[in-house]
Each structure stands twice: as structure tokens, then as C-alpha cells.
Write a protein that binds this ligand. Sequence first.
Ligand code: APR
Length: 240
Amino acid sequence: MNTPGSIVILTGAGISAESGIDTFRSAGGLWEQHRVEDVATPEGFARDPDLVLGFYDMRRAGLAKVGPNPAHEALAQLEREFPGELLLVTQNVDDLHERGGSQRVLHMHGELKSALCTSCGMRSRWEETMIDRPPCPVCHAPSLRPDVVWFGEMPYRMERIYAALEACDLFVSIGTSGAVYPAAGFVQEARASGARTLELNLEPSEGSRLFHESRLGPASVLVPGWVDEVLSRAVSGSSA
Ligand code: APR
């Protein structure tokens, strides 16, 4: 594989699994513990705001008990040392990419540590609970909701993502089941623009056959190994 000039990386819950954060669709995962329609839709929030605010309060508080793993740290090294263009898009709402050292992370599904005010529409960094209806730091209305993209809502920064997929030479998907669009369609966008596509996952994702190459194993092993490959090629400038 030639040394890529620009890389787009998409991560999912699998990259945080070894840090101790539940994925969604594996056995015992989050969507077995809670019904999606109850805790991850605008309708669920309207029906029972306490249930939803409590669900995200629990997940936000859980971040203090986990830390980044070698996969997060390897992507931060790639950001520091890769000479070309790099866009890291994550479906994850945790802060482990940032705590692993990544400075530029595009959270297409939002973040646990961000609050969205349903009165003034402003976003604020948020570490506390919301079930107690704290005032919005901007307009002071007790109208905060998790700044997380629920089913039926539009993911963030899609124009930016599609522009990067159009321009990239390499698209790498890490730790995602390929079960949820639009992220699951990124591999086709990348292929259509001539990029090579690589999947690093514990098991074949739903879109595995769409990737030129698929490596199976834990992210904490596969991602550092892949980053070493890319950086050593970039340094030697080889097109092997
Ligand atoms: N290393 C690599 N991959 C792993 C590991 C691991 N240690 N553990 C699990 N995986 C893989 C699983 O094989 C699976 O393919 O991670 C993937 C996790 O899939 P999901 O639980 O469906 O999570 P994700 O793909 O991120 O879900 C996408 O769905 O519910 C929405 O908004 C939510 O962002 C989420 C989106």
C-alpha cells in the first residue's frame, strides 16, 4: 500500500471496549441494558426526561473510572507524526481519544461532556449531572440536554466528513459494527473517490466485504501495529 497523503479514520465503541466502556451491540452491551427508543431518541426524552438524563449522567460519571488504551494513544501518535492530512472522526461520545492525546477529534454523535441548551441552543462543556436540571451557563434556563446525537437526529459536521472522504487516499474503520448510517456508508464514499479502505475490528463488521483489507483482532494490538506501519513508510517514503 502506497504511503497515503491523506487519511480519514472512523472509530466506534470497539476502540474503547478494552478501556472498559460497554459497546452497544455485543452480548450484554448497552442496547441490551436499555431500550434505544427509551434512552436514545427525542421521543424517549420527551416521554421520560429523567430516565434519559439519568442514563447519560451514569455514562458521563463512568468516564472517571476508565482511561485511554494503546489504540487511543497510537492514534494520537499518528496525529503528531504523520506528515500528511489526518481526520479522526469518532462515533463515540466518550473523551478517551482526547485523554489519549488526540487534539483534533470530530465527534459526529456528540459528546457526554458537552451540554446542549434546548432554550438558547448554546453548547457548554459539562462534567456534572443534568437530572437535577442545572441552569444553562449561558441563558440560565433549566433546559440542558445531553449534546449527543439521538436516532432520528442529524449527526454533526457531515459536510466536513464527506469532503474529507472525497479527498482521502486511505479510509480506516476501527471498532465499529457498521450497523448505523451515515457512518456505515463512509467506506463506500471513500471507495467511490478512489481511496483504499482498511478495517481493524474484533470481528467482521456488517460492511466488511466492502473493505479492500480487513484485519481482525483487538484494537489495542491492531491499531499500534498499523500506526507503526504507516509512520515507518512515511519516514522512509517507500511506496512498498
Ligand atoms: N477491538 C476492536 N473492535 C472491537 C473490540 C476490540 N477490543 N471489542 C468490540 N469490537 C467491535 C465489535 O466487533 C463491533 O463490531 O466493535 C464494534 C462495536 O459495535 P457497536 O457496539 O455496534 O458500536 P458502534 O459500531 O460504535 O455503534 C455505532 O450506534 O447506537 C449507535 O450512536 C451509537 O455510535 C453508536 C453507533
